[in-house]
Every structure is written in structure tokens, then in C-alpha cells.
Design a protein around this ligand. Structure first.
Ligand code: GCU
Length: 333
């Protein structure tokens, strides 16, 4: 974010903080702030909106929300920090962004962790696995509530003449990654040059040539306009990284059991709603990217990519933070 952006964000935060919270920092009423980084026509925004409507409805208007989209209150990392501090009450964040808050979240950025989307959904809907993960950040004042699909991530590049068949073809390419150690390791293992950037900076970085490619779901081409500048999209299918809905733990613990149950239930219902709209959105985004933005979609030799990242799998299987969950997901041990 530039200086003007930082000042603006800071002023908005002061304003929000001043209006909504008493000097003790506790919410005077149950009007909560939910902030995230995607535009208002993005499926994640629609699902978060659904979440807030469900909570409002189930609580008979006792709990209400103000939604801030498009990174208005800062990029993902900044908004996670604001949620920790209780300036923001709820946020959704990519599991990759959460990696620097708790190492267990790095598991989701491990390339080729899941066999397919079915396996991914089984894990994400398994409370035996996810409840522990959602609770890991409670000691830093963040409680995970549920997840939202954020699709299969693929590599895309700006050079019209670029051909990517094996991982050798991305050697030395400057590729944007989410600010996450595992994402950096992944691009390095594939032979590229990893450039960590907040999501809001990716379009300009692609346009200016600061980066030569990025990796994301197909929606990024359309909803975030990356397809205007990146004309080749390669089905590397290297990761399925969920978005996580988080709440400030103090704020959540202040609520009655009944209110907590309402929030949890609304979270799950919005996850189901998101699954439905996400599929449709992916299909229509692919169509628009092809037909209206002239993006070309290519298959690649996935085996070369899988092989190049094997050392990362060995590392994760041995690691004390991720070893157990790695073996659980991979069905090993
Ligand atoms: C996806 C994901 C976002 C994340 C973004 C990114 O769009 O849903 O939560 O911020 O990728 O690459 O930064």
C-alpha cells in the first residue's frame, strides 16, 4: 500500500474504533466489522454477505455487521493483525497468509498436498482435523470458524509467446506468490524466482513487468482483471488453498453460548452456499477469460512439477508442526 493508502486506512480505522468501541475496547453493541480483500462481485464477498445475513436473521437483529471489501482496511496481513487487536472483528484470510501467524497453516500451501478437490473437501469438512487447526491461533486472539473454497491454483504469465510444458519452462521467471515461506519455497523448488506481494498489488506488478507471472484460481483473471495483462494460463494445479473465516477470540468469547452457536451455524451454512456458487463462478470465469479476454488455457506435464517439489514433501513429513497433519492427510502412518 502507498503512503496515501496507509494514511487513509489509518484514519478509517481510528474512526471505526472511536465510533464503535468504548474506552475499554469492548464492543458497546453487537455491531461487528468484517473486512476482506476481494471486490464486491467476488464469490467470497457474496458468501461473507450471506454469513452476515444469516447471523442477523438467526439473532433477530441482535448481531449486525458492517462489511468492508476490496482491502479497504488494508491487505490480508494488515487486516489479520487488526482482527487480532480487535479493531476488526471478523475477517477471511487465505491459509497461506495465516502461515506467518501459525506454522500449522503452512500445510495448505504445500504443493500437490491433495490428490484432488474431493480429497481436499473431505479434509476441510473433517472436524477431527480442522477443529484443532482453527483453535491453534486462539493464543494470539484469533479463532477459526469455517473455510471457503478458493479453487485450484495455476500459474499464468504475461509473455504472449511463453510456452510452459514442464517446470523447466518457468526457470528464472519472476512469479508473484502470497507472502508465505512455503509459497516462496514452492516457486524456488520449481526453478522460478518468487516475488511475495499482497494481492492488491498483483495487477499493477503484472502490468509494469515487475513480475512475469503469478499463480491463482481462474477467477483472478476475471474478477481481479489479471486476464487483461496475463494471456497464458497453465493448468499446473499445484495447490488448493482454502480461505478461512476468523473472529477475534476475545470478542467471540464474550458472546453467550447461544450466540456463539448462531455464528458457527451461519459459518457452516455460508460455506455450503459458497461451494454452490464457486463451481458456477469458476465455469463462467473460464468462459469469460477465453471468449472476452482472449486468455489461452494450456495443459502441462504435471509430473515434472510434482517431482520438482518432492523435497518439500519430505520436509513437511518430518517437521514437528506439520508432520502429523501431513501423514493424516496423505493417509500415511
Ligand atoms: C485467492 C484467495 C485470497 C488470496 C489470494 C492471493 O484469491 O482467495 O484469499 O488473497 O488468492 O493470492 O493473495
Amino acid at each position: 500500500m502507498n503512503k496515501v493508502g496507509i494514511c487513509l486506512t489509518f484514519s478509517i480505522i481510528l474512526l471505526l474504533y472511536g465510533c464503535q468501541y468504548s474506552t475499554e475496547g469492548l464492543a458497546e453493541d453487537k455491531n461487528y466489522i468484517l473486512a476482506h480483500n476481494q471486490p464486491e462481485d467476488h464469490p467470497i464477498h457474496l458468501s461473507l454477505e450471506r454469513f452476515t445475513e444469516l447471523v442477523e436473521e438467526k439473532s433477530n437483529g441482535e448481531i449486525t455487521f458492517e462489511l468492508y471489501a476490496s482491502g479497504q482496511l488494508g491487505d490480508e496481513r494488515e487486516v489479520i493483525e487488526l482482527t487480532q487487536q480487535g479493531v476488526v472483528d471478523f475477517t477471511k484470510a487465505s491459509a497461506s497468509a495465516l502461515e506467518s501467524f501459525d506454522p500449522v497453516y503452512s500445510i495448505f500451501s504445500l504443493p500437490y498436498l491433495f490428490k484432488d478437490e474431493e480429497e481436499y473437501r473431505e479434509v476441510m469438512n473433517d472436524p477431527n482435523i480442522m477443529d484443532d487447526i482453527y483453535a491453534t491461533t486462539e493464543d494470539i486472539n484469533l479463532t477459526g470458524l469455517t473455510y471457503y473454497d478458493a479453487g485450484i491454483r495455476n500459474v499464468y504469465t504475461t509473455d504472449q509467446d511463453q510456452v510452459v510444458e514442464t517446470n523447466e519452462d518457468i526457470h528464472n521467471l519472476r512469479i508473484r506468490v502470497q507472502p508465505s515461506h512455503t509459497n516462496i519455497q514452492m516457486i524456488e523448488a520449481l526453478g522460478g524466482t518468487a516475488t511475495p506481494l499482497g494481492y492488491g498489488e498483483v495487477y499493477t506488478a503484472l502490468q509494469s513487468g515487475m513480475i512475469e507471472g503469478a499463480e491463482n484460481n481462474v477467477n483472478a483473471l476475471v474478477d481481479d482483471n489479471h486476464g487483461e495483462v496475463a494471456k497464458n494460463y497453465y493448468y499446473t494445479e499445484h495447490a488448493i488453498v482454502p480461505d478461512i473465516l476468523l473472529v477475534n477470540s476475545d470478542r467471540f468469547n464474550e458472546l453467550s453460548e447461544e450466540e456463539q452457536a448462531i455464528i458457527e451455524e451461519a459459518g457452516l451454512e455460508s460455506t455450503r452456499y459458497h461451494e454452490e456458487i464457486w463451481e458456477e463462478q469458476m465455469e463462467s470465469a473460464t468462459e469469460i477469460a477465453k471468449e472476452e479476454m482472449n486468455v489461452e488455457f494450456h495443459e502441462v506435464n504435471k509430473d515434472s512439477f510434482i517431482e520438482a517439489v518432492q523435497p518439500l514433501h519430505e520436509e513437511f513429513a518430518q517437521d514437528e508442526d506439520t508432520g502429523e497433519i501431513y501423514r493424516m492427510i496423505r493417509g500415511e502412518g
